[in-house]
Design a protein around this ligand. Structure first.
Ligand code: ADP
Ligand code: MG
Length: 231
């Protein structure tokens, strides 16, 4: 059985429809979708060890099937620069999780690479009753939420269609580069959309997928938060 089907059947067995961030990111890695390097720590010592392996600055996040919006629960600590920062953030995150939901099951603390901030894009997928898996692309923040500047396609798509999704949004000039802003790596964005298309086509159990945000650079991109909801 592939790693992806293993994660999915394990979630079903545990009666979970929301995959944990490390599960969603492992699935992304299986499809060559770039994500921030990560590891799940069960103790402060382990968190320090993983942070050293990954390299500072580090982000810590709560991993709990009972906490879906991690920042709402005080479960995200950004820009940690040394051992002491890790220890302090680890304790704060654990305390916050217990305050947020006293009975929350805690699977651990996600230790991950802090991605340098950049232009943020969103790649999403949602399974439509009629059309099946559909893909969404847009720029992060107000572009999607307020301006609704997004492109949609029914999966699976070919490269030309993915390229079209990127160029047809109004905000495309932000990616293409303007004035003294350099062009960003739209080839990597197209790759991510195509790989997402393949993933949601291969695994029809996926009801919703959200790579939000993906930091896009002049070369490469990194998915910072990944959410997958099963049927
Ligand atoms: P939530 O469950 O609240 O959506 P996120 O994982 O999205 O939690 O974290 C909240 C925000 O913190 C993100 O939208 C992003 O701006 C920032 N962030 C999270 N992880 C990273 C990271 N590895 N590198 C840089 N910024 C990050
Ligand atoms: Mg998020």
């Amino acid at each position: 059985m592939t790693k992806v089907s293993e994660i999915i059947s394990n979630a079903y067995r545990e009666n979970r429809k929301n995959l944990l961030e490390p599960e969603a990111k492992t699935i992304c890695q299986e499809y060559n979708i770039p994500v921030t390097r990560f590891n799940v720590a069960r103790s402060e010592d382990e968190a320090i060890r993983f942070a050293q392996q990954i390299g500072y600055p580090i982000v810590l996040k709560i991993v709990s099937p009972d906490i879906i919006h991690k920042s709402d629960a005080g479960g995200v600590a950004l820009n940690l620069r040394n051992h002491n920062d890790i220890i302090e953030a680890f304790r704060t995150i654990m305390d916050n999780a217990k305050k947020y939901k006293s009975k929350a099951k805690i699977a651990g603390v996600l230790v991950q690479e802090m991605a340098p901030s950049s232009t943020e894009v969103i790649v999403g997928a949602i399974k439509d009753d009629q059309f099946g898996p559909s893909l969404m692309f847009g720029l992060g923040g107000i572009f999607v939420e307020i301006l609704e500047d997004v492109a949609f396609r029914v999966a699976p798509i070919i490269r030309e269609e993915a390229e079209h999704m990127v160029t047809e949004i109004k905000a495309y000039p932000v990616l293409k580069g303007y004035r003294n802003q350099p062009a960003l790596d739209t080839t990597t964005i197209v790759d991510i959309i195509l790989r997402t298309s393949k993933l949601v086509t291969d695994f029809q159990e996926i009801k919703e997928l959200d790579l939000n945000p993906i930091m896009v650079y002049e070369k490469g991109a990194k998915t910072v938060d990944a959410r997958i909801i099963l049927e």
